[in-house]
Design a protein. Structure first.
Lengths: 347, 221, 508
């Protein structure tokens, strides 16, 4: 290699380095970065009052889906890309905690937590719950009315031949609601019974697609795509989003088919702004911020006493006894369950 | 009537009439020279005969039979272009043997015929050469050999010598005459050079196109 | 032909070729090596490679890519033929229209496709193949049309008078001339379909995973870097093999004449080929448009910001890709052995898993030495990597047509080497460079797969926002998502149309 070329190479690398340092400096002083997934959505200017009160500016950094964002954080453990991570749910919580990528923080705002959520706080306080939701079967009410068929009310009914070829679900290997629904069936039928349940579902013509968009907006008959299947795995709050101008919703969530999801934030270990990060976590649990999650992210607040839009109260459901599996069990068995499921349903 | 006969050929490209009721006759073994200023439609007439252009009126006959329904590749009329149009992806032998390959002759037969023709045009041993490196005269000889290889019943020569310098033109002209006589193939030789036409051809026809409504093919020998 | 004057002297060529090589080494090779190396450090490659399920997935990946490529060529050839050989009004518009599917995000076209296909086709291999043809046919058309246009019609006349049937004259005369372009197009389509992710997931459903899907699952969901690295290696090896096979230089240089000589117009041929093609392209786009709504929301807030971000990102990406792609094209044309290597190297990113590159960039650029996370230029750079090979191929093809004697002629007329380059090479270069810039711009505007694995600060790009918006329930979100997709189609199609028009004026 002759000399000018070496020089060129160096200057290129230096240039790249210069770019990076300049961007690093701008996040210095009073500023925190909230790393999150692609479904994160808040009202513009929601952090203004926080900045005003604390002098800390908030940068939102968005990545791919929740699994990708968590795994990227684990890969860069100790040298985090940001300060606080939003978007670990209870199916991923155990991996997040055991990875050691999160710093422990016990927010004083935890005392306001909804009593139903308290049990989901990890012992070491590495993660803080920020919202809750449920993955439930949604039904196209009109479709069932037209066919004079009763809307199913339980997981067991879905294997009834009367409901043949009506359900569309997501692949648990690539979709988080898909995984949640698989977990619901495991909680429902038990570690030894769920395999048979899925064999029955398969015999009854369950359709599997890769993700939520394909299932809900294409195959489901009750939403924009006007598909052919009147039953779909979605969220307990989805019917609230379908409310039309006359105040009615064409769909309904089935309360006895739900898997409970808790979403967490955590402070990334190695952050240079730990104090500011803690203040941000406190703010995320404040009534002001919590009131913003329902209308924007279709989830329910994790703290009590926060009002949700009326459509959520009337059309969104908060099942009293959703299915649930401890995070550590999920982490231990996830890969095996998915592989078994793949063999039973797809092969 | 034996040989080639063109009867009242008319060709229009859009508004412009290129050929207006042109008739022509080529007897077996005859070499007909077709002269005329550029733009008089000489090349178009050759393309009509070859089946590359469909005339708006008139007919082309071979031995008294209309060939309108016979596609170009089945007419067995060879064509030599002014700028050769050699196939750049094939070597000299590949070019000369192309027509035989199209009619699926066995490779051994092709090889024999190719070397025969290379001998005929004085290019012995040129078979493996790339056509890109040939001189103008060599390229034109290859083009001639290529057109002769599938034994056409008529040869159409579209100003094959016009791109060459004077001396070469004279030399190749007499060679061309020799080759055509040896092969006994009737031909139409298009040129704008009267001297060249008289050197090579048995008969020379002038194609004039003065106006679009009046075309007078006249014979002067 | 080496005794002719080369485009530029060797030292200059080496220097010029160095910039794209360094760029690729830093932003592609290093990240991939970093993430694959991390996965392989644990060892145990053999049991991953011999896992029967993975063997099956690899086999499916390979055959669907081969089938998709062949089908795409089959559909693309007649379209390229008509566009190259016939002159008619609206031809340029159709050329731009055909590219639109290529740059639309898969989730958008996937949704439209599922709406058009009968239910029984959802989740089938057939749906995947059709969608692959739909997305990639423009690669074939774009690559072949300019070359085909230069094929002198009298060459086929010559073949016909020698007894060749129309098919024989295509097969024996035109096809050999098209061959380099054909191989180039085929290898690009193969790379895209071999690493296809969105289409396979969306239309093939979960029963038809490809290596790419499996790499995503293992990297992104299971964090099983060891087996993901093994799969990524298999992918790269397949890719390099295919590129090596497809990219062999033609043995004989083919002189082409720059004549635009339309064949005598046959309206039936044109209509029979173009009408189905245009209808097929338009049908999903119309399906998109009919689902669109909330138009007023487009010009405010997030959608508008995303539009601006996309345009900015695409401009930067197209700028980088064009500069480096031209440099690479000039260099690849030089008679040096390393130039062939550069050509393969620059094409590799098209055939490498977006997940691997995304995670690789993260691992490579989060170190104490060089931390690029959060840098605004990372996404344009990633897009430039994808646009680069397109620019390079266009430029390389154009420069191959420059007859060396033209340079000799210019030199004998007293032109300095720089003047020779400017008058001969630059004249030949600027049109493909402009076309390449337009293509790189359009590719960037529609890019989704690679940017999604990069964490971004600030506004999302349009495809990212479309994906987010369609990922939310409610009719208004659905309408807005589709409206943004229509804007995206207009933006990329419009950019290509403008560039085509510009290039037209520069024609030699």
């Amino acid at each position: 290699m002759n000399r000018p070329l070496t020089k060129l190479a160096f200057s290129l690398v230096l240039l790249a380095g210069a770019c990076s340092t300049s961007s690093q400096q701008s996040t210095q002083s009073q500023s925190v970065t909230l790393v999150t997934h692609d479904s994160f959505f808040v009202t513009d200017g929601i952090f203004d009052s926080f900045t005003k009160a604390t002098g800390i500016t908030v940068t939102v950094a968005q990545g791919a889906d929740a699994g990708v964002v968590l795994n990227q954080a684990i890969l860069t453990k100790g040298r985090p890309d940001g300060d606080v991570l939003w978007g670990v749910d209870n199916t991923l919580a155990s991996r997040a905690v055991s990875s050691g990528a999160f710093a422990s923080y016990k927010s004083s705002a935890l005392k306001n937590l909804d009593p139903g959520v308290v049990a989901f706080v990890p012992k070491g306080n590495e993660l803080t719950p920020v919202d809750v939701g449920d993955v439930c079967i949604n039904a196209d009410v009109k479709w069932f009315a037209k066919k004079s068929l009763a809307v199913p009310t339980s997981l067991a009914m879905l294997t009834d031949p009367a409901y043949k070829e009506l359900l569309v679900v997501q692949n648990p290997a690539t979709s988080s609601p898909g995984l949640a629904f698989l977990l619901a069936t495991i909680a429902h039928s038990g570690e030894t019974g769920w395999q048979q349940y899925w064999k029955d579902l398969r015999r009854n013509g369950v359709q599997v697609v890769d993700g939520w968009v394909g299932a809900y907006t294409v195959e489901f008959s009750g939403s924009a795509g006007k598909g052919s299947r009147p039953l779909v795995v979605s969220y307990g709050s989805s019917p609230a989003a379908e409310v039309s101008d006359d105040g009615t919703s064409p769909t309904v969530a089935l309360k006895d088919t739900c898997f409970h999801q808790v979403e967490y934030v955590g402070i990334l270990k190695g952050t240079k702004h730990e104090a500011a990060a803690r203040k941000l976590v406190d703010f995320l649990l404040s009534a002001e911020f919590q009131a913003d999650v329902a209308p924007n992210m279709y989830v329910f607040p994790a703290v009590q006493g926060v009002t949700v839009p009326p459509a959520f109260a009337t059309h969104g459901i908060r099942p009293t006894k959703p299915f649930d599996i401890p995070a550590s069990d999920i982490e231990k068995n996830r890969e095996r369950w998915i592989n078994e499921w793949t063999t039973i349903v797809l092969r | 009537m034996e040989g080639l006969a063109c009867r009242d050929i008319t060709v229009r490209f859009g508004q412009q009439t290129v050929l207006n009721g042109v008739s022509l006759h080529v007897e077996p073994g005859q070499i007909v020279g077709l002269v005329g200023p550029s733009g008089s439609g000489k090349s178009t007439l050759l393309r009509v005969i070859a089946g590359l252009v469909v005339p708006d009126a008139g007919r082309v006959e071979w031995d008294g039979v209309d060939v309108a329904a016979v596609p170009t590749h089945a007419r067995r009329f060879g064509y030599v272009f002014q700028d050769q149009q050699l196939f750049g992806h094939l070597d000299v032998a590949g070019n000369v043997g192309f027509g035989l390959k199209m009619s699926r002759r066995p490779n051994t037969e092709i090889a024999v015929r190719v070397s025969e023709l290379l001998d005929l045009v004085d290019l012995r041993g040129f078979g493996r050469r790339s056509v890109i490196d040939l001189s103008g005269g060599e390229a034109q000889r290859v083009a001639l050999a290529r057109a002769l290889a599938p034994r056409p019943r008529l040869l159409l020569l579209d100003e094959p010598l016009s791109a060459l310098d004077h001396d070469l033109r004279k030399q190749l002209g007499s060679e061309l005459r020799r080759v055509l006589n040896e092969q006994g193939i009737p031909a139409i030789h298009v040129t704008h050079d009267h001297a060249e036409a008289t050197q090579i051809c048995d008969v020379v026809i002038a194609l004039h196109q003065r106006t679009t409504d009046e075309t007078t093919p006249s014979i002067n020998t | 032909m080496d005794h002719h004057r080369p485009a530029l002297n060797r030292r200059v060529v080496r220097l010029v070729g160095f910039a794209p090589a360094v760029f690729l080494a830093v932003f592609f090779v290093w990240p991939v090596v970093a993430i694959v190396g991390r996965g392989l450090s644990g060892g145990g490659l053999v049991d991953v490679i011999t896992d029967p399920i993975l063997v099956r997935i690899a086999w499916f990946t390979l055959w669907q890519a081969v089938a998709s490529t062949l089908l795409t060529l089959l559909v693309g050839l007649p379209v390229a033929f008509v566009l190259a050989r016939y002159q008619f009004r609206g031809r340029r518009g159709i050329e731009s229209l055909l590219v639109v599917p290529f740059v639309l995000p898969t989730v958008v076209v996937g949704t439209a496709f599922l709406a058009l296909l009968p239910n029984s086709w959802h989740g089938t291999v057939e749906a995947v193949l059709i969608a692959h043809v739909y997305f990639n046919v423009s690669v074939v058309v774009r690559t072949l049309t300019p070359v085909w246009r230069q094929v002198d019609g009298r060459l086929t006349d010559a073949a016909r008078t020698l007894g060749a049937t129309p098919w024989q004259s295509f097969r024996r005369v035109v096809a050999p001339i098209l061959q380099p372009a054909l191989r180039s197009a085929a290898s690009i389509v193969f790379m895209f379909t071999f690493t296809s992710f969105g289409v396979v997931l969306f239309l093939g459903g979960p029963r038809h995973p490809t290596l790419e899907v499996e790499i995503y699952r293992r990297t992104a969901q299971l964090l099983d870097l060891r087996s993901a690295a093994a799969l990524a290696l298999i992918q790269v090896v397949c890719m390099a093999a295919v590129l090596g096979l497809a990219g062999r230089r033609p043995k004989v240089a083919i002189p082409r004449r720059f004549v635009e000589r339309p064949t005598s117009f046959n309206a039936w041929v044109v209509l029979a080929i173009l009408v189905p093609a245009v209808v097929a392209v338009l049908a999903p786009l119309v399906a998109l448009a009919t689902r669109a709504g909330q138009w007023r929301a487009l010009f405010t807030g997030r959608p508008f910001d995303a539009l601006v971000t996309s345009a900015f990102t695409a401009l930067v990406a197209a700028g980088i890709a064009t500069l480096l792609g031209c440099a690479a094209g000039v260099c690849v044309n030089a008679p040096a052995r390393s130039s062939r290597l550069l050509e393969v190297l620059l094409s590799l990113p098209l055939g490498t898993s977006a997940v691997t590159v995304g995670f690789g960039l993260l691992v490579a650029f989060s170190g104490p030495l060089l931390d690029l996370r959060g840098n605004r230029l990372v996404i344009p750079v990633a897009h430039a990597i994808i646009g680069l090979p397109f620019v390079m191929r266009l430029v390389t093809a154009a420069l191959r047509d420059v007859h060396p004697r033209q340079r000799d002629a210019a030199a004998t007329l007293g032109a300095s080497p720089w003047q020779v380059w400017r008058t001969v090479d630059w004249t030949a270069l600027r049109r493909p460079a402009a076309l390449g810039a337009g293509f790189a711009f359009a590719v960037s505007v529609g890019e989704f797969g690679a940017s999604v694995f990069l964490v971004r600060r600030g506004n999302p790009t349009l495809p990212t926002l479309i994906n987010e918006t369609l990922g939310r329930p409610g009719a208004s979100n659905n309408q807005l998502g589709h409206a943004m997709a229509v804007v995206l189609a207009l933006l990329s199609g419009g950019a290509l149309y403008v560039v085509d028009r510009m290039g037209e004026r520069w024609k030699a």
